[in-house]
Unconditional design. Sequence first.
Length: 759
Amino acid sequence: MGSNARKPAQPHIPLGMAFDPKRLSKIFAAGAVLVVMTAVGFYFRGIFKEKQAIPDAPKNIASNIEKSATGFNLSKSKDGKMLFTIHANSVQQYKESGRAALHDVSIIVFGRNQDRSDQIYGSDFAYDPVAKEVTAEGQVRIDLEANSTGASSSGQAPAAESRNLIHVTTSGLTFNENTGIAQTKAAIEFRVPEGSGSAVGAMYDSHGGTLTLKSAVRITSTGERKATITGQSAVITKTPSKIVLQAARVEQPDRTISADKVTVFLRDDNNIDRIAATGNLHALKTGAKGFEVSAPEGELEMAGANQARAGLLSGGVTFVSKSDSPAEGKAGRILLTFGAANHVTKVRAENSVQLKQGATGKSQELHASALDLFVKDGKRLEKAVTSAGPAEIVREQGTGKTTISAGRFETTFNDQNRPVSLYGTPDTKIVDSTPGKPDRILTAREMTAKFNEKGEIVSAEQMGDFHYEEGTQKASAEHAKYGAVEETISLSGSPRVLDSGVTLTADSIHLNRKTRNAFAQDNVKTTYTNISAQPSGAMLASADPIHVTGTTVTLNAATGVARYSKARLWQGANIVEAPTISFDRTKRSLQAQGSQGGQVASVFVQKDKNGKLTPVNVKSDKLSYVDSERRAVFSGNVIVRAQETTIVSDTVQVILLPKKSQAENQSASQLERIEAQGDIKIQQGARRASGTRLVYTAADEKMVLTGTPSQPPSIFDAERGQISGDSLTFFTHDGRVLVGGGETSQTQIPDRTRDASKK
């Protein structure tokens, strides 16, 4: 049930179906020559016991002959119906032995209903009254059922030969009245319109109604399905009506069927009721689509009128196909159901069913308790269904192996007998195994697989409590869809993926089975756990989980980098928000990128003059951060807001204190210093300053703003106006500003706003 499936070998009927079943019994009826011989024996006994039946002897007969006659004729009728006629050219009865002999004999025995006649021809017949035995000493020819219009009056000759005529030739026939046995040790040959046959030695027990063909039984049919039946011996009985053939063998141009014993059970109308084969039943077909089937026993039931009804192979059935797609299998037994024209409509295999198809390295194998194959027109496989217990399909491709199991499988096929779809339920499981790699395991309540024209899986769906596992990667969902071309698994219905301490949830998740990369969309949430503390780090240095949410995410398994859209990343109180965030969990670094939809935003803390931690908010077009360096680099339209101070710059680098130096209960990362470059603008209360370089030291709450010779730093103060110098130093704790006029000279600008507020 799977890829690479080819046209299955057609089930073949056991021994006997190479012939019309009704004609089979007729062919074996050639042995009825002995039955007729038995009747002849009784007729002869009557002839010689009734002296008047033989005419008076001529005067010149030999001294040892009691009675002799030429041109002898005898007939017998009853109720106006002819029973038999006997004609001989001459007859003698001997004095001393009492034996009698007939020469050149012709015997016609008419049917009970006068609708047939049997004819017997022989050169010499003898009767021994002491031994009560009739012997045909020369060759005997017999025509059974010689005509279809029997005689109705004495002396009527048989009609012309009919198409149902059976010709028999033998010699050495004897019949013993005491034992009731008619027999011959010589060869018997017979011919009918449907074929011909032979045997060596035969015996008919008239008391038991048993006919035995002792050896070398051979029957050859004619017609389109020419076949030859051979056997070591054959026994035909009347009660029960059956034919038993030992060491039976049926041969046709491209196939052979054999068994140790075949029994053909006949109905009263001489049609076959049942055929049973026992012992080494074996069927062989040669050619491009050749096969072999073997079983200890087989049976075929007939529905009448040459119509098979059911068949059975039992005792441990084996099957081997020798076509371009080799196959083999075995089962405890196989049941066949037949439809019109003896076409197989259903095949059922039971008891430890095993089927394997394909060459080594590219094969598929089925293990099941039972398997039903539904066949159309005796040729096209429509559907295959497993039952009676869990089933397993094993597919090998190169060094890899895929094992699919379920409580029940159902497979449909196309016109070329290749699989179209496979459905399994419940408890479905798929295991992909490759040497040197961890197994891929997928489970669900049910599954459906689709195949291409080559019998290869192109897609598969698993529904209900889906779980996936491959090494460290695990996943779950309500629904999973596999695409063979992309080798992706699409998860929906509360999907969840876990991989090496990373948990991912979203509305939909796509996993690449080849790269193990993942893509998730809508309501994305990722949690990174199993994180060890990194005391020398800062924003991502604790052992707490790192969380990331977003609209989409792409996780690269090889690099460990995850790229999120409309994302928010946080660990404790450390937060980064951006339209795009790329997070490297191995390096504990991130790259955040803004867009027209918004900027990158992050929050840090610093101590105010009272020792209280206050937030520092930073926004920019881009952020780059490596935790081991404790340096957050913001670029593009950077805005830093802290209490009453706002800094705008092209680039801002935020250097953070190491985790070990931060307060014990502190959550957000604490500033060590800020370094800004570019077109810097500072707003502090009513003051505005500008420059090209800024260094802020959090420990002493001091900002040093510098510029270039052509663009020195400047400050606008409401009281003193615009002031510039080599440098401007801001003290955030008391609002003072020092304006440097050289290396040593400084002018202090007090914060009038603060002084006024104090008063």
